[in-house]
Design a protein around this ligand. Structure first.
Ligand SMILES: CSC[C@H]1O[C@H](OP(=O)(O)O)[C@H](O)[C@@H]1O
Length: 350
């Protein structure tokens, strides 16, 4: 199936040649404001504060942070210190470390050349968009006409270089007329679904209905959902998936109701160095992000909160992992290794 037309998707990340311009996702959908990062420390702070978020988008942003760092550093040691600051910004999405490792490979052993690194950052960004369109086409092939889909968090242009991972599959399937309905979980506490996915789909003219996260199993029980389609922040060597908190609950409910679980992630999110989900660092964020909403406290004063922002879905609950190099059904160590070894030239183009 061909990917959808080249309609202009939202660009969350823009390089001006002098600085990195980030659409401030903390302000969406109420305000479209841009934060300009003129140095690598500002980039690290923007990742940590979720000005920009989403595993592939974090990787692309870190790559541009490495370019700014090369302009700032007087030697290799100084550059490495800036990279370490970027890598400490958020722990779960492996794309961040994947991007800085790729920038180190390009830099070699010498003082990094900012212009050479900028070309590599541009390549990473462009490759991500191409991968998303290829994954959109591969994933949409699994969706029978008349299907209902449920997605979680935001995996669109705001979370990637453009077009999206899971949302790229949904965009492609919608364009092919295969979808009866699209539901999106609001995704408490940061509300990526209600604030970001809804904003993207409405802007595309694609109908979407939001649900409370707690309504997902009841929606599946109604028969309205054929596929749960989500992204990932890290896929371990055995196929276990780290993704937005709530994904594991969706996976359990989907298996109970005979609903398929599709995980859509580029190979930059697959991590052969992490044996299983138990080895993936799960980010815990400020409890205030759960105790308040939109800057207003919603919880009783005195109440605390446990706020892990990712969870781990065992590979046994994943029906298909879609990457730009092809799909892995019932992912396991062998399937992950095979997809990572697939030469780019053999990437399936449906
Ligand atoms: C395209 S993967 C996006 C991935 O990142 C999100 O997390 P966050 O918004 O905290 O960066 C969520 O896990 C999505 O699935």
């Amino acid at each position: 199936m061909a990917a959808t037309d080249d309609h202009d998707t939202v660009r969350a990340i823009r390089w001006s040649g002098e600085a990195l311009e980030l659409l401030d996702q903390r302000e969406l959908p109420a305000r479209e404001t841009t934060l300009t990062c003129a140095d690598s420390a500002a980039v690290a702070d923007a990742i940590a504060a979720m000005v920009v978020r989403g595993a592939p988008a974090i990787g692309i942003t870190a790559a541009w942070g490495a370019v700014l760092a090369a302009r700032e550093a007087s030697d290799r040691t100084g550059w490495e210190a800036h990279l370490a600051h970027l890598e400490a910004a958020r722990p779960t999405a492996v794309n961040l470390a994947w991007a800085t490792a790729r920038m180190r490979r390009v830099a070699g052993e010498e003082q990094p050349d900012p212009e050479r690194l900028a070309a590599e950052a541009e390549a990473i960004h462009a490759e991500d968009v191409a991968a998303n369109r290829r994954m959109g086409a591969i994933g949409a092939e699994y969706i029978q006409p008349g299907s209902g889909v449920l997605t979680h968090c935001n995996t669109g242009s705001l979370a990637t270089g453009g077009f999206g991972t899971a949302l790229g599959v949904i965009r492609t399937a919608h364009a092919a007329g295969r979808l009866r309905s699209i539901h999106a979980g609001e995704t408490r506490p940061w509300l990526q679904g209600a604030r970001l996915t809804a904003w993207e789909l409405v802007a595309d003219g694609i109908p979407v209905e939001l649900i409370a996260d707690g309504a997902a199993a009841f929606l599946m029980a109604s028969g309205a959902v054929n596929w749960v389609i989500v992204g990932a922040d890290r896929v371990a060597a055995n196929g276990d998936v780290a993704n937005k908190i709530g994904t594991y609950s969706l996976a359990v409910a989907a298996r109970h109701h005979g609903v398929g679980l599709m995980v859509v992630a580029p190979r930059s999110t697959l991590d052969a160095a992490t044996p299983s989900g138990a080895d993936i660092p799960v980010e815990g964020r400020d409890p205030e992000e759960l105790l308040a909403c939109g800057g207003h406290r919603i919880a009783a004063e005195g109440a605390g909160a446990w706020n892990p922002v990712f969870d781990i879905t065992p590979a046994s609950l994943v029906d298909v992992l879609v990457t730009e190099a092809g799909a892995v059904e019932r992912p396991d160590n062998e399937g992950i290794a095979r997809i990572l070894a697939a030469p780019a030239s053999e990437e399936k183009s449906p």
